[in-house]
Design a binder for this molecule. Structure first.
Ligand code: SF4
Length: 354
């Protein structure tokens, strides 16, 4: 079975009713659509609020752009010295190899530049310039392969890029950001895994997953193949209204990741990508949800809740915070710290009696 790439195909698959076809054609004319067979398998099509469908099936609400939303919500363009490179932080760069993905997430922060209407991948000349940029800067310790989704590339092409990076002495880490293990797990072959393992360097794979159901048996097996080959895995998730914005779903997601040897790394607050306000929570809601994980779940299950500051200023952790200055003037040099049950304590505490 092939991916579904048009609203008509979604209607034929009974994922959306015929009367929504015209509205969804308008959305698809603006933002790419694709659902893989593995995604279709985990959608409960009898549930109109299905959290998997909500991530991939277009919605007419996407045609409403709010004033604060922007085409480049995390400010990649401001930090792109050469095509394909985003150099925002001193010791690492993004290397955007492709502009396509097996699926198109409705909340994607790069929804304007990604899609089949764009050039599929970086040209050979542009890739050579991007590698030259990395070679010339000894401060670049880590290269993050992203896109689009880099694991749509063939193992041969991936091996070329990863080998070229491994040959650069100051590059010690190659990190791959991908959704492929959950949306197209059959692509995770032994050949592809060998291709992304940087000789003599550390390769990490960061999986994008937002709901526990995404960790299907095939997805779990794909992740196990990566980890068993000696590549550690981390995860990143996006906090999404109607998908994972309740404590039990978020807890189940984090636990499922850890049970599969994937360390939760980031929980992203939804970016201000155009037409995504119906999928964003407030920061206060996000902090409440993260607080619900603290104390209740193992420390292994705790991602950092982060916001990519619009304008390209990078990510910052956004709480919740537990530490403040003590309220009483008598304690002005002390802190007040809250425990996971809501109890408050002064730090340092009163001197111990001897
Ligand atoms: S897989 Fe990643 S890059 Fe592709 S649409 Fe989804 S969030 Fe965007």
């Amino acid at each position: 079975m092939k991916p579904l790439r048009t609203p008509a195909a979604l209607v034929a698959a009974e994922l959306v009713p015929l009367e929504r076809l015209a509205a969804l054609e308008a959305v698809a004319a603006r933002y790419a659509v694709s659902l893989t067979p593995d995604v279709l398998d985990i959608i409960h099509s009898d549930d109109p609020a299905d959290p998997i469908a909500r991530q991939f099936v277009p919605d007419p609400a996407e045609l409403e752009t709010t004033p604060e939303e922007r085409a480049d919500p995390i400010g990649d363009d401001a930090h792109s010295p050469v095509e394909g490179i985003v150099h925002r932080y001193p010791d690492r760069v993004l290397l955007k190899l492709v502009h396509v993905c097996p699926v198109y997430c409705r909340f994607c922060s790069r929804r304007e530049p990604v899609g089949p209407h764009r050039r599929r991948s970086l040209s050979r000349a542009a890739l050579a310039r991007a590698l030259d940029y990395i070679r010339a800067r000894r401060e670049i310790w880590e290269v993050i392969l992203t896109g689009g989704d880099p694991l749509v590339l063939s193992p041969r092409r991936l091996r070329e890029v990863v080998s070229a990076l491994a040959d650069i002495a100051h590059v010690k880490i190659v990190r791959v950001h991908t959704r492929v293990p959950v949306v197209a797990p059959a692509r995770i072959t032994a050949e592809l895994i060998r291709a992304i393992k940087a000789p003599g360097k550390a390769t990490y794979v960061v999986l994008h997953a937002n709901h526990p159901r995404e960790l299907s048996s095939r997805a779990r097996a794909a992740c196990a193949r990566i980890i068993d080959a000696g590549i550690p895995m981390l995860s990143q998730s996006v906090l999404l209204r109607g998908v994972n914005d309740d404590p039990d779903t978020l807890a189940a997601l984090m636990r499922a990741l850890v049970e599969n040897r994937i360390k939760p790394y980031y929980l992203h607050h939804g970016d201000l990508a155009p037409g995504t306000s119906h999928l964003r929570t407030t920061i206060a809601q996000g902090q409440g949800l993260v607080r619900s994980l603290h104390g209740r779940l193992s420390g292994l299950c705790q991602p950092a809740y982060v916001l990519d500051i619009p304008g390209g200023h990078g990510k910052s952790p956004i709480g919740p915070t537990y530490l403040g200055r003590a309220a009483s003037a008598d304690d002005e040099d002390r802190y007040e710290i809250e425990d996971f049950n809501g109890g408050r304590h002064l730090y340092p505490p009163a001197p111990a009696r001897r």
